[in-house]
Design a binder for this molecule. Structure first.
Ligand code: RUQ
Ligand code: CUA
Length: 662
């Protein structure tokens, strides 16, 4: 580990020096400041002006997704996905809790690695963005009219859902590969860990996406026990195929750092999913008992439901020989990227010093001619040379990910040598290189993994920030760096901090999304069972020890704002409907001592806070969002009496409670 760090450090310096000579030999020594004078103008978006791109960035270990404007780097929104979020009440309100349900129960914090925008005809269409949960394997769909998570589906037979959620060119499928191979869910998992080779399987999941976006696990393919790392769909001529990088083809179960780095080549697994569909139709899939949660948000009732499902269809890649093929790829491949034409498949070996580029045409010929080098655990291995288009020689150290500009160029990130390298796809010649600060992971070009990239900007997402920002204690914000790539040479124009750890990101021209944005929820379409569509609907009802407070908020009061007759031992549900029908006027709700949360309620929406008072007394409640000049007046009281008290249940607004109710 220490050695690795030293190596990275040394290589970082080496590459900075290298980039300096290659790019601007006569610029000042401190390459960190080697930003030319026009950079500020290029990233400048004047106050009151919109950015030209939306950038959807994964939050890594934060479990969320963040939205930035480009080129300014302004943070526009953090979308809660797999982790609870107090800013939005995600996972705290009764309505959102089911979204975080899994077969293991509620999981309040997960790890979101990749974002993927929906596509139509291979072009980014701005309907949804998908994200993956690594730890407890799930895929989420975020609706880009509301910028909210609309659906989350759990993946059985998986662990560490990393090569996910990549999509096919018409969003037919979102695809997810397991990072950890594990015994299948319906097999006995209580086996010695060192029986990896016999008992552990690698599963990839094909999640179908309906017209309205609804996800369903169409089928899974059971593959050899390896680590699937990343994937990308074929497109154009290679539509119908999917490519997964895999490492640990050594099938090690301990000290992978060493034991999974033995072989000179691991694999990219090519999956013919059209063929898999045929087998599925022909009934070749096995129905396997499993348990997974499928959670959906309903925009009319403003409520999520979680359903536990019990079955999945599995195709066996060993039996159905012509679904999967292994292509040797040096050395512990990570990124697996397909160029806009669909012909070139780029593998990035984390420990390799070259970039292999495979040809889809050659792969097809090799498969047809059975030009194989034997089998790997029952899967045919295509000869390296037979699938290889060529190698980018000496590009840098530790290639990770590649994006495309749509002008025939590829851009690859190099973690170890901390740089981005631009190369030509046809002749595989390196054209330019630029240092990143530091240890770049993923890259993003708007539309950069689609058929139609917008090759104006490139963003590098860096793992280490070190000296780039003011110190903030032991942890520094991770960082994105924006490059102008419209010319021959890449030009650094902006650093901006990111939430969590940015892994993959996608970006899309603002026009594709901005006019579809929802401004309010129509109050007369509100189907929440406890909605109050006007103050006249406000009431408080007791059902045994459950008390439902059906209340409204509007600038600048709650109805009701005085409640008496709550008793110790009651469970109180505040169902707050925000009556506003105006953009950007949420109201908040908080009650003293609520051990759960607060609420933030959008115009036209109903949201519920469960409160179990723990003592007798007077409990103020108030609006937590500065909504109007009289926001501080937006408050009320709840009186809690002892258990068994005969204080009648009353509620009011604008009138003092009659003395008799004391
Ligand atoms: S990964 S930094 Cu989790 Cu996408 Cu390559
Ligand atoms: Cu409503 Cu402040």
């Amino acid at each position: 580990m220490n050695q690795m760090k030293k190596l990275i450090k040394n290589l970082g310096l080496f590459s900075a020096a290298l980039a300096l000579t290659a790019l601007n030999g006569c610029k000042p020594k401190d390459i960190g400041n080697a930003v030319s004078a026009d950079a500020a103008a290029k990233a400048y978006v004047a106050p009151g002006k919109y950015d030209s791109y939306y950038n959807f960035v994964s939050g890594g270990f934060s479990g969320q997704m963040s939205v930035y404007g480009l080129p300014s780097g302004r943070l526009l929104r953090v979308i809660p996905v797999f982790s609870v979020d107090p800013e939005k009440g995600w996972g705290y309100s009764e309505e959102t809790k089911p979204m975080l349900n899994t077969s293991h129960g509620m999981v309040p914090w997960d790890d979101l690695h990749h974002t993927e925008l929906s596509q139509t005809n291979g072009e980014v269409d701005g309907r949804w963005v998908f994200g993956n949960a690594n730890n407890t394997p799930r895929v989420a769909r975020i609706d880009l009219t509301t910028f909210r998570t609309a659906e989350i589906i759990e993946l059985p037979n998986s662990a560490g859902n990393h090569s996910s959620p990549f999509i096919t060119e018409n969003t037919e499928y979102v695809v997810a590969g397991t990072r950890f191979s594990v015994p299948m869910d319906n097999a006995n998992g209580d086996v010695p860990i060192n029986t990896y080779k016999q008992n552990f399987k690698g599963t990839i999941s094909f999640i179908s996406v309906g017209k309205e976006g609804d996800m369903d696990i169409a089928f899974q393919i059971q593959c050899p026990g390896v680590n699937f790392d990343l994937s990308h769909a074929g497109k154009g001529k290679s539509h119908g195929w999917f490519f997964f990088s895999c490492y640990n083809t050594e099938q090690a179960n301990t000290l992978l750092e060493v034991n999974a780095s033995q072989k000179d080549k691991d694999f990219i697994m090519a999956v013919n999913w059209k063929k898999a569909e045929e087998y599925l139709k022909a009934g070749k899939g096995k129905k396997v008992p499993v348990k997974y949660a499928h959670n959906k948000w309903d925009e009319k009732s403003h409520t999520a439901t979680s359903t536990i499902k019990n079955e999945v269809i599995v195709l066996d890649a060993k039996e159905l020989k012509d679904i999967c093929y292994m292509i040797p790829c040096p050395k512990s491949p990570h990124g697996c990227d397909v160029d806009p034409t669909g012909e070139y498949i780029v593998g990035s070996g984390k420990l390799a010093a070259l970039i292999p580029v495979f040809s889809f045409d050659k792969l097809q010929k090799a498969i047809a001619a059975k030009d194989f080098d034997g089998e790997y655990d029952g899967i045919p291995v295509v000869k390296y040379e037979s699938a290889l288009y060529g190698e980018v020689k000496k590009p840098g150290l530790g290639p990770l990910h590649t994006e495309f500009d749509g002008k025939g160029n590829a851009y690859t990130s190099f973690f170890v040598s901390s740089e981005v390298v631009k190369w030509n796809i046809k002749d595989l010649k390196v054209l330019d290189r630029v240092a990143t600060y530091y240890s770049v992971g993923h890259l993003c070009i708007p539309g950069g993994d689609s058929k139609k990239p917008f090759g104006q900007y490139l963003i590098a997402y860096n793992k280490i920030t070190k000296d780039r920002y003011l110190p903030t204690g032991p942890e520094l914000s991770q960082s994105a760096q924006l490059f102008d790539i419209s010319g021959d040479k890449m030009q650094l124009i902006l650093d901006f901090p990111t939430i969590g750890e940015p892994h993959y990101a996608q970006a899309v021209p603002a026009e594709v999304i901005k006019d579809k944005s929802v401004k309010i929820f129509k109050i007369d379409e509100n189907k929440h069972p406890y909605a109050a569509k006007g103050e006249g609907d406000a009431k408080v009802i007791r059902e045994g020890n459950k008390v439902h407070v059906i209340m409204t908020s509007i600038r600048s009061h709650f109805a009701p704002d005085n409640i008496e007759g709550i008793r110790l031992g009651d469970e109180v549900y505040f169902h707050v409907t925000n009556l506003e029908q105006d953009w950007d006027v949420p109201h908040g709700f908080a009650v003293k001592g609520a051990s759960n949360a607060e609420l933030l309620i959008m115009p036209g929406e109903t949201t519920t806070l469960k409160w179990v008072p723990d003592r007798v007394g007077m409990f103020p409640m108030y609006c937590t969002d500065f909504c109007s000049a009289l926001h501080q007046e937006m408050q009320g009281y709840v009186r809690v009496s002892p258990a068994g008290s005969n204080v009648p249940l009353t509620f009011s607004l604008g009138t003092n409670q009659p003395a008799a109710s004391k």
